[in-house]
Write a protein that binds this ligand. Structure first.
Ligand code: PLP
Length: 371
């Protein structure tokens, strides 16, 4: 038998999320609702569908490996030089490429925990140490759901090549504010790259939550990660991007790029989506209005829900997480449990969210999960 590297053998096997059609069939209902992956419920933008259809006629050719048109469109949109941009097959691939570019075995990657589940995996695969800094309560008497930037700074040592700050944080939805983030960025040593993972930036409504691209300016050890998967509605096409103040950072990422991994369809779709930004903004406004309604409805039920700046809400139900998610699934609603910690629920359409709330009421009453 050929054994993988021990670190790979020890990684958890990938467990795909439930497919709503399969679940509906299994439990004998017409329809199940999936609120587990932080996608937006809107169909792809009309301009995206057109661009993909047009690009489909060219797919006997390789995509543009440099994503020149998309890179230029991103550079223009954000007022940076194209040399400061790297594109990737989803932001997740850019995370991997960052670790490949910056982490030798024995180095470290620091991040808050709980946060985006890829961060510890990246560290393992790179042979780097994962420095997990526990979240702290964001509200008096609240649960630990917010970045501890002082703790993160204290964890950084001379071996730390990357720090991920997920803002807003997945899965808790909380965000760090401008003054504390600026203080943190100014204090991180120059040889450590801070990656502001802003996968959910477009859903931020609090003006005090800073735009990482503004904070990046003048700070050569800061980069910003964004994705077309969430607000822009392209989760199925896999495209994300990194903007770096120092073009050398984007170049290092481009050097580890998996060739042609941003497909022709993804590039065309992303360019079309950027040109439809007004529609995207309107959709995000609908999502954030619905987020506020869902948050109030959950608080009315006595649940301790923090203000979310993303397109999901966090139910910190602790040890009941797996049981609650199972009870909801039995009622045709798929959410994302984090065992022992809580349940993350994507903001869906008002109708989907009403189905979720009804299933929740039933689960809390019948499954004895209330209180
Ligand atoms: C915080 C965060 N970063 C990055 C990603 C990766 O997004 P994608 O690879 O779809 O671009 C996600 C996806 O869930 C995320 O939650």
């Amino acid at each position: 038998m050929v054994n993988p590297r021990p670190v790979v053998a020890s990684l958890p096997a990938y467990r795909p999320g439930r497919n709503p059609a399969d679940l509906a069939r299994e439990i004998g209902v017409d329809r199940a609702v999936k609120l587990a992956s932080n996608e937006v419920a809107f169909p792809p933008l009309p301009a995206v569908v057109q661009a993909v259809a047009a690009a489909a006629t060219q797919t006997n050719r390789y995509p543009d490996n440099g994503a020149v048109v998309l890179t230029r469109a991103l550079a223009e949109r954000y007022g940076v030089d194209p040399r400061q941009v790297a594109t990737g097959c989803g932001a997740v691939t850019l995370c991997q490429e960052l670790a490949q570019a910056y982490n030798d075995p024995g180095s470290s990657i620091a991040f808050a925990w709980r946060s985006f589940e890829m961060y510890p995996l990246l560290a393992s695969v790179a042979g780097a140490r994962a420095l997990r800094v526990p979240l702290v309560p964001g509200r008096p008497d609240g649960v630990a759901d917010t970045h501890d930037l002082d703790g993160l700074l204290a964890a950084v040592d001379e071996s730390t090549r990357l720090v991920f700050v997920c803002n807003p944080n997945n899965p808790t939805g909380t965000a760090v504010r401008r003054a504390e983030l600026e203080r943190f960025l100014d204090a991180v040593p120059a040889q450590t790259l801070v990656v502001l993972d802003e996968a959910y930036r477009e859903f931020v409504t609090d003006p005090d939550v800073p735009d990482g691209i503004e904070l990046m300016r003048g700070r050569p050890n800061v980069a910003v990660l964004r994705t077309f998967s969430k607000a822009w509605g392209l989760a199925g096409l896999r495209v994300g991007y990194l903007l770096a103040e120092d073009p050398a950072v984007a170049e290092a990422v481009r050097k580890t790029h998996v060739p042609f991994s941003v497909s022709m369809l993804a590039q065309a779709a992303a360019v079309a989506a950027l040109a439809s930004e007004d529609e995207v903004r309107a959709r995000c406004a609908a999502v954030t209005a619905e987020r506020e309604r869902l948050t109030s409805a959950l608080r009315d039920r006595g649940l301790d829900v923090a203000d979310s700046q993303a397109n999901f809400v966090w139910l910190p139900v602790g040890e009941q997480a797996a049981e609650l998610a199972g009870a909801l699934e039995a009622r045709a609603v798929i959410v994302r449990p984090f065992a022992g910690e809580g349940v993350r629920v994507t903001v869906g359409t008002p109708e989907e969210d009403d189905l979720f709330l009804a299933a929740l009421d039933d689960a809390l009453d019948t499954a004895g999960l209330r209180g």
